[in-house]
Design a binder for this molecule. Sequence first.
Ligand code: SF4
Ligand code: SF4
Ligand code: SF4
Length: 342
Amino acid sequence: MAKIKIAQYWGAGCGGCDVALLDIDEKILGVAEIADIAFWPIAVDTKLKDVEAMPDGYITATLYNGAIRNSENEHVAKLLRKKSAIIVSFGSCACYGGVPGLANLTSAKEVLEYVYTKTPSSDQQGAKDPVFPQHETHTKYGDLELPVLYNTVKTLDQVIDVDYYMPGCPPTTNLINQFLGIVENHVKNGAPLPPKGAMIASNKTLCDECTRKKTVKQIDAVHSAFEVDIDPQKCMLEQGVICLGPATRAGCGAKCLEGNQPCRGCMGPTDQVQDQGGSMLSALASIYKVQDKETQMSEEDILKIMTQVKDPMGTFYCYTMPKSIIKRSVKERPRVKKEAAP
Ligand code: SF4
Ligand code: SF4
Ligand code: SF4
């Protein structure tokens, strides 16, 4: 039996997803039995020009991790789409934008200004004419080119057609093994692949998977995890600690809860939910002890409650900003005064 070809690529991410694939222990031998690596920059010395020379559809399955943050991420995603029969959006950054997606709260210009003139590691603090990375630089030794940093971070499926999704930061070995098992069964026994667009993960919420004791949820204050002594047996939300379990897809085995930390939502929302942050806000509002008093509350009272949530965007949209309904922050455009009719 001819071996299948697999590829793995890393866009705007931290590299954790690449390492997760190496974490599958002895199952990696099963992968080696059925597959050759066609392209995997951190593990195999194949160059982009080698991929360009491959016939279209030559790679059986590509796992693309990381968000689309710059022109190179997008170029390689489009190239791999052309060369691959199957593309898997691998990990939260590729599926939802992930932590790099929080850059959508600002602009590329502001990010560069901060990094190159305001951080302690930059020697340009206070410089009159700071130097910023340029897309093209001409030198006497030749022309140099850097990718263009985009103003808006995108998910993989916002730039190419995606066949399957595997969320997680990074995806767990269970999910990776599940997918490899599906591919192996397809290659060896001709078993059908999942329908296009399938999510390789559970469609239940994390609360269904979490074994903590749940009773009636009703809180009168929100606390950061470090401010309270968290009971490791009891639901976090019932202790006033924001846990994104009700708005998050199951499949990680409630990993953070095992470490007595609240869920931050890296598995993204279930199929029933479009906007994870909005869904969590609504869950939180429903357990806050104010429902009956709502109409009598002043704006000041409401603000007092709202300010209990430190870093609301980082709390509710830590992994899903580019996939949310709003996608990025929008500065109010200056109103144009209407000319008086002549
Ligand atoms: S999903 Fe998590 S582990 Fe994977 S690249 Fe993004 S930040 Fe890293
Ligand atoms: S809110 Fe968090 S702690 Fe509570 S049941 Fe859901 S996942 Fe578990
Ligand atoms: S508990 Fe939440 S944040 Fe932690 S791994 Fe699971 S889905 Fe991700």
